[in-house]
Design a protein. Sequence first.
Length: 315
Amino acid sequence: MRTTLLLLLFFAAITPSFAQNDIADIVNMDAFVVSAGLEDFDKEDFIAQVVEDTTFYQAFLNLKYFPHRSSGDLLVFNRSEDQKGSMYREATQFLSVNEEMWVEIELEKTNGRIRKRNGSWRYLTAEMYDDVFFPSEKEKVSNRIVSQEQELVSGSKIEKHKAQLKKMLFNPGTEIDNVPFIGDKLAIFSEEMVPYYDYAIFTTDWQDSIPCIAFSQFVKEGEENKVVIRDMTSYFHVDTREVIARTYRLADNTLFFSFDISIRVENTIQNGWLLPVKIEYDGFWNIPIPFTKAEVIEFELEFFDYNTNVGMYRE
């Protein structure tokens, strides 16, 4: 259960069920339409597009598929926010001619007790960070969208956990089966969860350069214990309607576990492909079981030098 919970705090499902009419009735849309030159903007159509979006998940598939370079910092803190350890990595991801992907770590610097004496990870967050973004073994990849439900019911236990992880980071908002206590709370567009949120649509320039229509939902005051996703804002490119960025916070506190995690993902468009360029994670989580300590970890990953043409093929 410990592994499943942490994985779920990263990823989410591809095609949420939703109560479109309920959301349309309560969404707050500022008087931005005329000023933004969007006189023909259709609120209900846009909401349907938001909850049915697959572009964010497509970006994750592209990340796992196209060769690129990456660098990242992972920082571990104690409950007093004093730094206990760190790890910096630089790596290159490759793709073979038969669509097998793997990552070679070219530089690693660690400080503090990140690993145990036997080489295993002291922190589950660090273990999953390594497993998801720096796989050492070759794995078959594709950037074609398939049913995530199929991923969840097939494969080994760790593969199922990875599929759940993907569901939570790249398109939060749906119920995930077989996750005790929080699975149904993740479906923020469901008829049961809609009353706990306020919604807003507004225009903005992401990083002062990319014109976007933003869709934001945030928990109503006093309803915090009813939800897991406390707030989420998705930034859709005005022209392509692809998700250029998404920020969200997840938190819960029960007798069985507690966590408070903020995630920010930034994408770019290269040669017509939506590609992640930065992932930021800032999180606390704790499961009160013997020999398990609370984890307070931050990490930031940057991805660059994508090859979306011929690939960096190696055997």
